[in-house]
Ligand binder design. Structure first.
Ligand code: HEM
Length: 404
């Protein structure tokens, strides 16, 4: 239990720390990795370079501090992060290390302004926040161990299929011949690779793009960037060097951006670009388990060359009695027009959504690039869709707590 005084200090200094947040966490990461370089086997170096992780961690610690006396408010956000932590192998013993370097960073960046009283209050608060994460993650580790496996496990690539000019699917089966685990449609796995010439292991999360219950797990990876820069190191390596018969390591499926299957409410699956991957899993699950459910599959792509799963979407939608698809191309090519590859031209904007969305009490799932998601969520809310009916997932560290 934190004392009244500690709570008062933490709450009153949180805005100051938030102001200097990115500075503090940037310094924190520098010092943390200097002292514990092995942690670079867990962290995504591309996100580090873009400063995304710094923003995500800073936002969360300061937001958590603001709610230090009612931490239950944070549980949904903690769970989303905890899924990521569990899927990366973040463990209880890592928390004191992070705490030590975070406090050191606060002290060094704020200088004299960080009095011993302030530092002690934050040390206590960090301990309380960390315990919330540790408890939630412990439960998730137990669940993963019971239902799948702990840590990383080798999977063999049994099929590799090009889905578009930039997206390729990898069909994976356990290399030890054990059974393929089940998962919830919308979940992801962490893929860990040892890339030649790289000092540390590289980890990335990829959504599972096929329905649960198949004898494989399928990930569908977008090749990022032309050159294998830090941005596209893993995706380029997978595209260029990982082939049928090769092995990759993955963790058990994770994530809480999942299809609600407890009732038959109509669903809208709205995706942009590679955000189509979790939507494929949800669509195919509906086809398997709730074939009468009303489902509208809305997908935005630049053109036909870039759109993945064209046939699979059409076939699945046509096999259902209450399904509809709306494929929207930004810049269709003459061949797209000739072959009627799309249903609408332009963007998934307010006017389009207004004509497509007939059922505002439905469940809406949104996945794609940040701008696409922001606009879509805003437009859905403008249409009168309630916030609690809109579920979304952004690929990469969440930018703010709402996105958590
Ligand atoms: C990701 C917060 C402790 C390692 C994240 C994210 C947040 C966060 C907000 C982004 C989640 C997302 O992508 O949706 C926190 C907080 C912590 C904490 C508030 C302490 C209370 C730790 C510890 C470790 C760790 C102890 C391990 C040393 C990571 C890694 C990622 C991550 C590796 C993914 C990074 C990436 O892919 O770039 N954390 N974290 N975190 N966290 Fe933590």
């Amino acid at each position: 239990m934190l004392s009244e005084n500690t709570i008062k200090i933490v709450k009153s200094t949180a805005p100051i720390l938030a102001d200097r947040g990115v500075e503090i966490t940037t310094y924190f990461y520098e010092k943390l990795f200097e002292a514990h370089p092995a942690l670079l086997n867990i962290f995504n170096h591309a996100n580090q370079k873009k400063g995304r992780q710094q923003t995500a961690l800073a936002n969360t610690v300061y937001a958590a501090a603001t709610y230090i006396d009612q931490l239950e408010v944070l549980i949904p956000a903690v769970k989303q992060i905890a899924h990521k932590h569990r899927s990366l192998g973040v463990k209880e013993e890592h928390y004191p290390i992070v705490g030590e370097f975070l406090l050191k960073a606060i002290k060094d960046v704020l200088g004299d302004a960080a009095t011993p009283e302030i530092i002690n209050a934050w040390a206590e608060a960090y301990g309380v926040i960390a315990q919330v994460f540790i408890d939630v993650e412990k439960e998730m580790y137990n669940e993963a161990k019971a239902q799948a496996w702990e840590g990383f496990k080798a999977f063999k690539v049994v099929n590799k299929i090009k889905e578009s000019s930039v997206i390729t699917s990898f069909y994976l089966q356990p290399a030890d011949g054990s059974s393929t685990p089940t998962f919830k449609p919308g979940q992801y796995v962490t893929v860990r690779l040892k890339v030649e010439g790289e000092e540390y292991l590289l980890n990335r999360q990829y959504s599972l793009s096929d329905a649960p219950g198949e004898n494989h797990l399928r990930i569908s990876v977008k090749k990022e960037g032309e050159e294998p820069s830090s941005l596209g190191k893993v995706s380029n390596y997978l595209h260029e060097h990982v082939n049928e018969g090769d092995e990759v390591e993955i963790t058990a499926p994770a994530g809480d951006f999942v299809l609600n299957e407890t009732d038959n409410t109509p669903v809208y699956l709205i995706s942009g670009g590679v955000g189509i991957t979790p939507m494929m899993s949800m669509l195919k699950r509906i086809a398997d388990q709730q074939p009468d459910r009303h489902v509208t599959f809305i997908h935005a792509a630049k053109n036909g060359a870039l759109q993945a799963f064209q046939e699979e979407v059409t076939e699945t939608v046509n096999s259902l009695s209450n399904a509809k698809k709306v494929i929207v191309f930004q810049n269709p090519t003459p061949s797209d027009r000739e072959n009627r590859k799309f249903d609408e031209e332009g963007y998934v904007d307010f006017n389009k959504l207004q004509t497509i969305v007939e059922e505002k009490e439905a469940s809406f799932y949104v996945c794609g690039p940040v701008a696409f998601m922001k606009n879509t969520i805003e437009n859905l809310e403008k249409l009168g869709v309630k916030e609690e009916n809109i579920h979304f997932e952004f690929f990469g560290p969440s930018i703010n707590l709402k996105a958590d």
